[in-house]
Design a protein around this ligand. Sequence first.
Ligand code: FES
Length: 111
Amino acid sequence: MAGICSEKRQYEEGDIVVCRCKEVTLKEIRKWISRGYDTFDELKRLTGVGMGPCQGRGCRDIVMKEIARMTGKTLEEIGTGTYRPPVKPVKLGMLTEANKEDPWKGKVVSH
Ligand code: FES
C-alpha cells in the first residue's frame, strides 16, 4: 500500500528557483538568455531577478554563471551589472531615539 509520503514528485532542473526573493526560476532565466538578453541588468529588468530585499546577494552569482555557461563568455566579459545599496527596514522608534540623543539638540549654532 502506497502512502502519501511514498509519492515522489518529479522536478525538472528548470524549476529550480534561482532568485528566492522574486521567485524567478532557472527556466525563466534560460528563456531570456536564449533570446539574447545576456547581461545581469537586462535580466533584472525583464524578470525582477536581483531586485528583492537582498539586492541580488542570493542570486547574482547563480545568474552570472548561467549567462557565462550559455554564452561561452567569461564572467569578466559579462560584467557584474549595477549594484544598489541593500534596503534594510528601520523601526520608527530607532529614528525617534536617535533624535533624543542628538548632541546638537538645544544648542544654538551661529554662522
Ligand atoms: S535572491 Fe534574488 S534578489 Fe534576493
